[in-house]
Design a protein around this ligand. Structure first.
Ligand code: PFF
Length: 456
C-alpha cells in the first residue's frame, strides 16, 4: 500500500553502505553494552557466561538478525506489513510483527528511563556534583534521583523529546545522519576510557574478574539470561531489524553486514567491560551488578582517578550516544508502522508514539518512587518490562522468525534474497545459515526458554 501523500516518491531509506552500517550498529550498540553486558558477565561467572553468550549469538542472535534484515529488505515495509505480505494468505504471521511492536514499547518504557539517568549524569558530572570517591555519597545521589518523581519524569520525557525530534526527520536525514556522526565519536571515547582504565595500577584483577571462567555460577537461568542478552544486544526478535532491513540498499551484502555489526558490537561490549572492571578493582570497589554499577560505582571510580572528572563526563556522553542510536531504532518500529500502514504523516505518527510512551514509560520512571510498592508478578514495572522483553518476547519472537524463514519462506527464496539475485557468490554461507535457522536455532531457543522459565 502506497499512501496518497507518498505516491510517486521513492521510499525514504538509507543512502550509503556506510550509513547502513552506522545505523544498524547504532541500533545494536546501546545500554546493553555498557549497562547490561559488564554487570551480567561479572555476576554470572565471567568467561563462562561470555562463552555461552558467544555461542548463543552465533547460533541464535546472528541467524535471527540475518533473517530479519533479509525479510525486511524483500518486503520493503514496516515489520507488521512485511510479515503479512511475505506469508501465505490466511496465515497470521503479522502477529509476530505486532508482538514485536509491543516489545518495542515495553523496552522503550524502561530504556528511556535509564537513558534519562545517563543524560542527568552528564549534567551532574559536568557540574562536579559526583566528584566523590565515597560510594555511599554517589549512592545517595542516585537514590535521590530515582526517588524523585519529578526529576525521573523530567529526564525521561527529555529523552523522548530528543529521540522524537530526530525520528521526525526521517530515515536518511534523521537516523542515518545522526548515527553516521555519532558512532565514530563513540568508538574514540570508548578507546580513550579503556586505555585510561587499563593503565591504572592493579587493573589486572578487573580483567581476571571479567575473563576468568567460573562454571559453578551457570544454571538454566544463566543460559536464558545469556540468550536474552544476545537477542537484546543485536536488537533482534522484535522487528527492529526487519524495519531497518527495509531501508537497506538492494546491493547491500546482508550476511556480511550482519556479521560485521555483530563483531563490532561485541568489540564495544568487551571494551566497555575492559573500561569498567579494571578501574573498579584498581580502586578497591566492589563489582556490584545492575544499575548500581553504572550510576553508583562508576562515578566514585572516576572521581578516584587522575583527570577523573573529565573522563566521567566523557563516559556518560558515550553512554548517551550509545543509548540514542538504540532508541532511534526502537522508536522507528511503531512510527514506520503508523506512517506506512495508516498513512499518518511522520510528525503525527511520531507524536502519537511519543505521547503513548510518555504514559507507559512513566510507570517505569515512577518505579523508584510512588509506584515502588506496586509489584505485579513480584517485580516493579521497570523490572517487569525488562524481564518480559528479554526473557520472553524477544526469544519467542526470534524463534518465530526462524520458523518463518526456515519453514515458510523456504530455501529457494532465501538463496535468491541473500545472494542479491545471484550477484554475490556466497552459496556456502547461505547453506550453513539456512541449516542453522531451520533446525538449530528454533530448537535451541525453545529448550532454553522452557528450561530458563523452569517448565521442566
Ligand atoms: N541493542 C540495544 C542495546 O544493546 O542496548 C537495545 C535494543 C535496541 C534492543 C533495539 C532491541 C531493539 F530493538
Amino acid at each position: 500500500t502506497v499512501c496518497p501523500a507518498d505516491a510517486g516518491k521513492p521510499r525514504d531509506a538509507f543512502t550509503t553502505s556506510l550509513g547502513i552500517i552506522a545505523a544498524t550498529l547504532g541500533s545494536a550498540v546501546g545500554l546493553g553494552n555498557i549497562w547490561k553486558f559488564p554487570s551480567l558477565t561479572g555476576a554470572n561467572g565471567g568467561a563462562a557466561f561470555l562463552v555461552i553468550y558467544l555461542v548463543s549469538t552465533l547460533l541464535v542472535g546472528l541467524p535471527v538478525m540475518i533473517s530479519e534484515l533479509m525479510l525486511g529488505r524483500q518486503a520493503k515495509s514496516d515489520a507488521i506489513t512485511t510479515l503479512r505480505t511475505l506469508a501465505p494468505r490466511r496465515q497470521p504471521w503479522w502477529l509476530v510483527g505486532a508482538a514485536g511492536a509491543l516489545a518495542a514499547f515495553l523496552i522503550l518504557a524502561f530504556y528511556t528511563e535509564v537513558a534519562g539517568w545517563v543524560f542527568a549524569y552528564i549534567v551532574k558530572a559536568a557540574a562536579g556534583g559526583l566528584l566523590t570517591t565515597d560510594p555511599a555519597v554517589t549512592s545517595k545521589a542516585f537514590t535521590i534521583l530515582v526517588a524523585d518523581p519529578a526529576q525521573s519524569l523530567f529526564w525521561q520525557w527529555l529523552v523522548l523529546a530528543v529521540i522524537g525530534s530526530i525520528i521526525v526527520l526521517g530515515v536518511s536525514k534523521g537516523i542515518e545522519k545522526t548515527t553516521k556522526r555519532l558512532m565514530p565519536v563513540l568508538f574514540l571515547l570508548l578507546v580513550a576510557i579503556g586505555v585510561r582504565s587499563l593503565t591504572l595500577p592493579g587493573a589486572s584483577a578487573g580483567l581476571a574478574f571479567l575473563f576468568r571462567p567460573d562454571f559453578s555460577k551457570v544454571t538454566g537461568t544463566t543460559i536464558l539470561t545469556a540468550m536474552g542478552l544476545s537477542f537484546f544486544k543485536l536488537s533482534t526478535g522484535m522487528g527492529t531489524m526487519i524495519t531497518y532491513g527495509s531501508y537497506f540498499r538492494d546491493d547491500q551484502n546482508v550476511p556480511m553486514t550482519a556479521i560485521r555489526v555483530m563483531l563490532a558490537d561485541l568489540t564495544v561490549s568487551l571494551l566497555a567491560g575492559i573500561a569498567v572492571f579494571p578501574a573498579v578493582f584498581a580502586f578497591g570497589f566492589k563489582p556490584e551488578a545492575g544499575p548500581s554499577l553504572l550510576f553508583i560505582t562508576i562515578p566514585a571510580v572516576f572521581a578516584a582517578m587522575p583527570f577523573g572528572s573529565v573522563f566521567m563526563v566523557l563516559f556518560f556522553i558515550l553512554a548517551a550516544i550509545a543509548a540514542t542510536g538504540a532508541m532511534l531504532s526502537l522508536l522507528e518500529v511503531p512510527v514506520a508502522f503508523l506512517h506506512e500502514h495508516f498513512c499518518l504523516p511522520r510528525l503525527k505518527a511520531t507524536a502519537i508514539t511519543v505521547l503513548l510512551l510518555g504514559l507507559l514509560g512513566s510507570t517505569a520512571a515512577l518505579s523508584g518512587s510512588v509506584l515502588a510498592t506496586v509489584t505485579p508478578f513480584g517485580m516493579t514495572f521497570f523490572d517487569l518490562y525488562d524481564f518480559l522483553t528479554s526473557n520472553l518476547l524477544l526469544p519467542v519472537g526470534g524463534m518465530m522468525i526462524c520458523i518463518f524463514t526456515g519453514w515458510v519462506y523456504g530455501f529457494g527464496r532465501v538463496e535468491e534474497a541473500l545472494s542479491n539475485g545471484g550477484v554475490i557468490a556466497n552459496a556456502r554461507v547461505i547453506r550453513i545459515f539456512f541449516g542453522i535457522v531451520k533446525f538449530i536455532s528454533p530448537l535451541l531457543v525453545l529448550t532454553i526458554l522452557l528450561k530458563g522459565l523452569k517448565v521442566f
